[in-house]
Design a protein around this ligand. Structure first.
Ligand code: 28F
Length: 641
């Protein structure tokens, strides 16, 4: 029996300790951040190992419990981690899985495989970043147990602590994230866990994943989808009007690589294509997505020509035309995926492009032949999209000829800045003439442009580009940006480094902000993804005491400021309602001056989530909007604020 915390370190022990120490020193290298996303990443590491056991065909049920104190338990009914002892190191396999860092790589440089495809590779990172972690394995009629403390040190060897049915097998991992490392928060968000666990269940048909919250108000979800990604597409289209009743499903395997595609068109204009590799959302796309998209465009053009729907003299249908209103999930399972791109979420394996193209084109072509009425509807929709695109092109050319889209002919709308160096310039899109006037007066005219919006801009969530181009305000925005729009969009032509939405701090202001964000997200997404879009934060309160006038951003800052005043200082506190209440100097002082202002950067780190928000908030269907606002009341309050 070795005393706890043995002293005889051999070189294997040293390597183990150095490995886990490295993780504790630079957690960001292994889990991205130590903020909320990094905290939840610990759960994904453990869950991925259970999902790998399901991918291997041995696990049907996974249970995730958030216990009081934000302790996580993950259980699976797989084979149970091996309980052998490694002859060389004298350590149990389990101790090795939870204390030795494994090669691979997702976040940042160097070697660390984060997810999917390899058993147990993320477990040691979770152990290193936990105050304690315990493993229980059911296997061979025994219950095995080992506990680790203070970032991964075993408190004892693996021990048999009881017996169980001979046919009961599985692994359970229970851990408490270390608050010394997760200083920002150690509170798990039910919705973050639920969204991702549901996504994993969609991507692995027949795998049941249960999420239980045992903290204050207990909650539970039970995700099981025999239809897999077919049900994923049905869920994504649930508040839309499909134009083909059934989800089209194609699957195939080649060289140990599996490709699954599910698609359904709706009567909207937005494209919602999400691709995955080994359950990882490949936000940046890759060869699987390229192959399927290339096949979709080719098959639809061929079918349209062969059935005389598209005359040879017609322009061929573009990728954008055939993907208008398309909801599609692409899931690739690959034994050795190469992830590339800015955030390592782009599949790079070149052999997959042709495999995905072959598998999808065969299946989709066959579907169109067997379902001519669906084929007709899909092609008609693509044709309409193509005609609208061509009309938009003409509208653009027409307005350009009339000089509408040309900046130099701009009077009374855009007050441009003097500098022509985009990297130092910024444009304030301001609601209303009075605020616009103050902004123009208060700005730094060298680097700050102002575009006052006269009216409410069109809600483009349900509009094609040709209709958006018909809106005066939208045309002035397109011109001011300089990037063009649609197929001629060119991010390198953006005339400003920062696009700052400056609206009142009330619900009307919030509505205009969300209309602008819908326009940017739907028609200028690369600008949003590149992080050029910001929301100005005009002060919510004004505190007057004596001769002092102090503007404060929000409730928190107000409380802090009031606490700093001498007790008994006489002051009424004003709740600011509109930008128009401030004169040019105040507006500049509080909201525009680079040295003093606070901006909120608008980013899209999850396109699927953003699509959901815009479609629920801005789509036609009122019901989901009401439900969404009720469910996200806090969000709405912030919106109101
Ligand atoms: C709650 C978290 O981690 N489940 C796991 C298994 C099963 C096997 C395994 C895991 C060392 C490196 C091979 C069992 N029998 N749930 C989990 N279930 N790891 S992690 O093997 C890890 C070995 O790779 C397993 C036969 N083969 C594999």
């Amino acid at each position: 029996m070795r005393e706890i915390g043995h002293t005889d370190y051999n070189d294997g022990d040293i390597q183990v300790l150095e490995g886990l120490e490295a993780v504790r020193k630079r957690p960001g290298m292994y889990i991205g951040t130590t903020g909320e996303a990094g905290l939840h990443h610990l759960v994904w590491e453990i869950v991925d190992n259970s999902v790998d056991e399901a991918l291997a065909g041995y696990c049907d049920d996974i249970e995730v419990v958030i216990e009081k104190g934000n302790i996580i338990t993950v259980k699976d009914d797989g084979r149970g981690m091996p309980t052998g002892i490694n002859a060389k190191t004298g350590k149990s396999t389990i101790e090795t899985i939870f204390t030795v860092l494994h090669a691979g790589g997702k976040f940042g440089g160097g070697g660390y495989k984060v997810s999917g495809g390899l058993h147990g590779v993320g477990a040691s990172v979770v152990n290193a970043l936990s105050s304690w972690l315990e493993v229980t394995v059911y296997r061979d009629g025994h219950i095995y147990y080992q506990k680790f403390e203070n970032g991964g040190h075993p408190t004892d060897e693996l021990k048999i602590i009881g017996d169980c049915d001979i046919d009961r097998t599985g692994s359970t991992v229970r851990f408490k994230p270390n608050p010394e490392i997760f200083k920002e928060t150690t509170i798990f968000k039910y919705d973050i866990l639920a969204r991702r666990l549901q996504e994993i269940a969609f991507l692995n048909k027949g795998l049941r994943i249960v999420l239980i919250d045992d903290r204050e108000e207990s909650k539970k979800d039970d995700f099981l989808y025999q239809g897999g990604i077919i049900e994923f597409v049905q869920m994504l289209n649930q508040n839309k009007t499909p134009i083909n009743p059934d989800v089209i499903y194609v699957e195939g395997r080649e060289d140990n690589i599996s490709i699954e595609v599910a698609l359904q068109y709706n009567d909207g204009y937005n494209e919602a294509v999400y691709s995955y590799t080994n359950n990882i959302h490949t936000h940046e796309g890759g060869t699987h997505e390229d192959g399927v998209k290339r096949a979709l465009t080719r098959i639809i053009n061929n079918y349209a020509k062969n059935n005389k729907i598209l005359k040879d003299s017609d322009d061929p249908l573009t990728g954008d035309d055939v993907r208008e209103g398309l909801t599609m999930i692409i899931s690739c399972k690959h034994p050795d995926p190469q992830f590339e791109g800015q955030t390592k979420t782009k599949l790079g394996n070149i052999e997959v492009r042709k495999i995905a193209d072959d598998i999808f084109s065969n299946g989709f072509e066959r579907y169109l032949m067997e379902n001519p009425e669906v084929a007709k509807k899909i092609i008609e929709k693509s044709l309409t999209a193509s005609r609208a695109r061509i009309a938009a092109k003409k509208a653009r050319e027409l307005t350009r000829r009339k000089g509408d889209l040309d900046v130099t002919n701009f009077y009374g709308k855009l007050s441009d800045c003097k500098s022509k160096n985009p990297s130092e310039c910024e444009i304030f899109i301001v609601e209303g003439d009075s605020a616009g006037g103050s902004a123009i007066k208060g700005r730094n005219s060298m680097t700050q442009a102002v575009l006052p919006l006269r009216g409410k801009i069109l809600n483009v969530e349900k509009a094609r580009l040709d209709r958006a181009l018909g809106n005066e305000e939208i045309r002035s925005i397109i011109t001011a940006f300089g990037t063009g729009i649609g197929e001629e969009f060119d991010l390198s032509k953006l005339r400003y480094d920062k696009i700052i939405i400056m609206t009142d701090a009330d619900v009307d202001g919030a509505h205009i902000r969300v209309l602008l964000l819908t326009l940017f997200y739907r028609f200028f997404r690369p600008i949003v993804e590149a992080g050029h879009v910001y929301a100005a934060q005009p002060p919510l309160f004004c505190v007057k005491h004596g001769q002092t006038i102090k503007y404060v951003l929000d409730q928190a800052e107000l409380d802090e400021y009031l606490a700093s005043l001498k007790p008994g200082t006489k002051r009424d506190i004003l709740r600011m309602k509109g930008l128009g209440e401030m004169d040019a100097e105040e507006l500049n002082e509080t909201t525009m001056d680079i040295e003093k202002r606070v901006l909120r950067r608008i980013t899209v780190d999850d396109a699927r989530a953003a699509d959901e928000v815009f479609s629920k908030l801005m789509g036609d269907d009122v019901e989901p909007r009401k439900k969404f606002i009720e469910e996200n009341a806090t969000f709405v309050q912030n919106l109101d604020a």
